[in-house]
Ligand binder design. Structure first.
Ligand code: SF4
Length: 227
């Protein structure tokens, strides 16, 4: 496990739960809006030993509802299944943030996860423009894996003014695929690379209009995150 960071207490990484969040190094993709680009390099070593993190978590039993594994792309860590198992043994819930780059690895752990926050960035045919490399089909296979699992699933899409993704069409396709819980996230500039623009002329109005349109798609639960 390449553990790059640890948030000791968070109320927003797993909606409705108080959690610690473990950030794992490395992602095969390269999204322009990534707000953790330092976590993309796959060969960078971790900053924390997993054993120390587990010791910290065991001292928080009773204070936390669970642990979220985030990244980077946490499913690329070969030690993830064992780490999840160790945290479950403490009696803590398991949340997982993933962009779905490794559907078979997601399938291997999904049965041990209580909640999955899955980023779906575009329709399959528009994916490579967003992740700026190949391999986007994997995300939609991961969507099938997540929806077939026993975990609660939140699908989310990040939008920004320069995006070519038709988010309303995407949202309708996700609803048709069986997604019940959807979140629209407005990209933030904080933490992104210098060349990324999170704002633009008329973006406030366009984003508000988009959110209103997606609200009518008919998800059981729809959330807008603009901060
Ligand atoms: S998939 Fe997530 S972690 Fe990977 S580059 Fe994109 S935004 Fe960053």
């Amino acid at each position: 496990m390449q553990v790059a960071g640890l948030t000791r207490m968070s109320g927003c990484d797993w909606p409705g739960r108080l959690v610690a969040t473990v950030f794992l190094q490395g992602c095969p993709w390269n999204c322009g809006y990534c707000h953790n680009p330092d976590l993309i390099p796959t060969r960078a070593p971790g900053r924390y030993a997993w054993g120390d993190v587990l010791e910290f978590l065991s001292a928080r039993v009773g204070l936390l509802d669970g642990v979220v594994f985030s990244g980077g792309e946490p499913t690329r860590q070969l030690g993830l299944a064992a780490a999840i198992s160790a945290v479950r043994d403490l009696g803590l819930g398991i949340g997982l943030h993933t962009a779905g780059a490794y559907p078979r690895r997601l399938a291997a752990v999904a049965g041990s996860v209580d909640w999955i926050g899955l980023d779906i960035k575009a329709e399959p045919e528009g994916y490579d423009d967003v992740i700026r490399t190949g391999g986007g089909d994997a995300a939609w296979r991961s969507l099938e894996v997540a929806l077939a699992s026993s975990a609660d699933v939140e699908v989310r899409t990040t939008v920004h003014p320069g995006s070519a993704v038709d988010v309303l069409v995407l949202a309708r396709r996700l609803r048709a695929a069986g997604v019940r819980h959807y979140a629209l996230q407005r990209a933030r500039a904080e933490g992104t690379r210098e060349e990324f623009r999170a704002d633009g002329v008329g973006w406030d109005e366009r984003f508000a209009h988009l959110a209103e349109s997606v609200a009518d798609v008919g998800f059981d639960h729809f959330e807008v995150r603009s901060g």
